[in-house]
Design a protein around this ligand. Structure first.
Ligand code: DX5
Ligand code: ZN
Length: 216
């Protein structure tokens, strides 16, 4: 089953609760946390995640694009996130961090920027509930999908199968009606979509139609 996670990065930040409710029926709400250091953009932090988790019944999928996730990620679990993704490029001790996130009761997930290969991390996969392959350089919504990431998605899916793992494979960046099928065909099963959902006249309908395309 394909999961569609709308990214509130493309929503109106002055009406976050309403925007979260506009995509009821989505599997998760994707929350992009940026710190102006790991990426050249600044969004929101723990207090906003706490408020959002009270404002919506949709579970929160927090994508931390921040330095020192070893220090900060556990706070996002406490703030109500059901899934917390850290970037391997920023983590000092990814195994310890994944275990800590799981121990606190959330799904643990690790993200790879476009230039980060999966192969060195094959042995870490059993520690994770989800792997995120970025299909744009992290930092901004509305960028063009990087087709050159499709082979990485395919190789990652092969590794997951080879080890008989249950973990989800998420793609984030430029996912739209025109790219979602290729991602699904390559082996992704969780799809983040910002502009393709919040740029649509009817965000909830956009979620449904992305899901149909992903399952085609
Ligand atoms: C980018 C973020 C994405 C972003 C995707 O760094 O991680 O989640 O919101 O936006 P779209 O779907 O517009 O590419
Ligand atoms: Zn994201």
């Amino acid at each position: 089953m394909a999961q569609i996670n709308p990214s509130i990065l493309s929503a109106d930040f002055s009406r976050l609760a309403e925007e979260a409710r506009a995509v009821e029926g989505a599997d998760w709400l994707h929350v992009d946390v940026m710190d102006n250091h790991f990426v050249p953009n600044l969004t929101l932090g723990v207090p906003v995640v706490e408020s959002l988790s009270r404002a919506t019944g949709t579970p929160l999928d927090c994508h931390l694009m921040i330095e020192d996730p070893d220090r900060w990620a556990p706070q996002y679990v406490e703030a109500g996130a059901g899934s917390v993704t850290f970037h391997v490029e920023a983590a000092a001790a990814p195994v310890r961090l994944a275990r800590e996130i799981r121990a606190k009761g959330a799904r643990a997930s690790m993200a790879l920027k476009p230039a980060t290969p999966i192969e060195p991390f094959e042995d870490l996969l059993p520690e994770l509930d989800m792997l995120l392959i970025m299909t744009v350089e992290p930092g901004f919504g509305g960028q063009a999908f990087l087709d050159i990431m499709l082979p990485k998605i395919r190789r990652t899916r092969e590794l997951i199968s080879k080890h008989g793992l249950e973990l989800w494979l998420q793609v984030d960046g430029g996912v739209s009606a025109s790219t979602v099928e290729r991602c699904a065909e390559a082996g992704a099963d969780v799809f983040v979509a910002g502009s393709a959902v919040y740029g649509a006249n009817d965000p909830a309908a956009a979620v449904r139609s992305l899901r149909e395309s992903a399952e085609r």
